[in-house]
Design a protein around this ligand. Sequence first.
Ligand code: LR7
Ligand code: MN
Length: 667
Amino acid sequence: MGLPFQKLKKLWLLYLFLLFFAFFMFAISINLYVASIQNTDPQQSHPKPAPKRRSLWPRKNIVAHYIGKGDIFGNMTADDYNINQFKPIENEGADGRPVVVPPRDRFRMQRFFRLNSFNLLASDRIPLNRTLKDYRTPECRDRKYTKNLPNTSVIIVFHNEAWSVLLRTITSVINRSPKHLLKEIILVDDASDRTYLKRQLESYIKVLAVPTRLYRMKERSGLVPARLMGAQHARGDVLTFLDAHCECSRGWLEPLLARIRESRQVVICPVIDIISDDNFSYTKTFENHWGAFNWQLSFRWFSSERKRSTTESSVKDLTAPIATPGMAGGLFAIDRKYFYEMGSYDSEMRVWGGENVEMSFRIWQCGGRIEISPCSHVGHVFRSSTPYTFPGGMSEVLTNNLARAASVWMDDWQYFVMLYTSGLTLGAKDKINVTERVALREKLKCKPFSWYLEHIWPEHFFPAPDRFFGKIIWLDGETECAQAYSRHMKNLPGRALSREWSRAFDEIDNKAAEFTSLIDLERDKCLRPLRDDVPRSSLQPVTVGDCTSHAQTMDMFVITPKGQIMTNDNVCLTYRPPKQGVIKLLKNRNATTSNIMLTQCASEPSQFWSYDMDTQQISHRDTKLCLTLKSATNTRSQKVEKVVLSMQCDFKDITQKWGLIPLPWRL
Ligand code: LR7
Ligand code: MN
């Protein structure tokens, strides 16, 4: 009787041991997995390929930031938040190289990533005065500046910034700015609660080589109220704003101040280089980037060629700044008095977002300029999520800020933004009071938004009175909408004589309400990207799909009178003659290839189209090939997909007929 019981007991022990062992292996493999996601191998991560600019990627919705939730690393404790683990190691991260956190610390590294949405352990290994390379072009290095430049106050606002990151920002400002140009550093603490940002910070800044003062917001307000407080206390000729996680590189300041000396109406930004959020490597970015906004007013970088501003020196000056329709918002210098003359900031904007939109429109429309100096390089830690809270709710705060910017500065276009930004509606206007800002706009006699689009951002992809805005539907000859459209076109007098887009826009506008009401969401098919989960900036094949209005506005197009077919984020319908390399690339990337792609607008012949009202064909202007809907086999999944290609035109071919269904965009 006793024997089987003994056996059973042994077996249980064995089970228990096995269970324990399995759990142990599981824990180890998770750790290894996590370590493998984090690319910390210096061989691999440096040099990096052309940096991915966060802003070129699509966002699921208007909320540009999200807050990381708890994960397998458990909850953080008050101690975790408050201890300062800064322990610099000589030469770590020198010359902007990436940091490798040793394997034994990988688990902690993951745990602490969440605190700031960047690799705190990596930063904590880098000395505050780490060296960087000289990222300037030879032309910029050779450029001489007069000693007689205006001086500046550097204003840095922060909320719960990491010690090593904040102090490295300050150290880089002190070490890389000519002493006589740096009047003071002003820190504004937006009601942080980390203990090391209290007394420890106060005593640290007392001994710095440059007068550094710290002000604190009484309650958490956001970067706009904090910057306004900083500006109030500043005494320098120029205000230079920086985020609290930057590193200024050699020669960053002189070009900014020199440009303001030339013209006090210029708001001047440095080139923003990339400090990696996972290994703190410093990567130089291209000098010829400029910025603007998408349909939801998110800031975006663009790289198409732009004329440089002419400075005192010659026209072909490679050190001359580039005018930019929009500013990223965090890093710029502005004449202090001019800042106030122009209405500083909209003080009702809270926490994060929108202030850069407002400032961009305001400065341009009210007679100033915004430029990027190719000679000034400042690194910024780009992160993909927001580590801090949004008092008042993220979506509410952000939509409120954007609604304020749009309703004061965008005239007719404010409705467009409100109609096609998720989280925003026309009702947003009722919740805000912008009387003071509208009065400012009148006082400064600012120009209309149409002027801004036409003259400051002629490459823009927004709707306009002389453009079409709406959906492009496939006229399959069966749906009511398709039939009504074709009938309307066939009955137009003299339709065959005109190939002008504007004529088509007019004829369609007359019937806009009718067509839109006839769209059958189930049956009508609209032109749209083949996949909607790929970045908008990459090449994407085109297909037709249901005509629902998608949050990302993937199936809405703007057509210019010259025949460029554009959509959100500066993406254009493009004819791409198949080259072998291209096909290979596409096969890997998208698995379905076509000679029609959506890609960055460039105003090239490959992006101009004609519309034949008589046959309802859209043809590529140069090759005279027609947009055609065909079935193609996906090389990866072997599934048959409908793809839009360009083929020989045949007016009888039903797969080549397209209708333009306008959508409302202003009141
Ligand atoms: O409630 C807050 N209080 C603060 O003091 C929220 C933020 N802040 C501080 C924060 O600590 C940081 O120093 O404000 C600064 C900016 O906040 P980030 O770093 O979280 O913002 P970001 O870099 O993601 O956002 C960009 O857009 C913002 C819109 O409101 C601001 O204009 C940021 O300054 C801006 N940053 C840049 O332009 C750097 C380059 C990014 C690009 C492209
Ligand atoms: Mn930032």
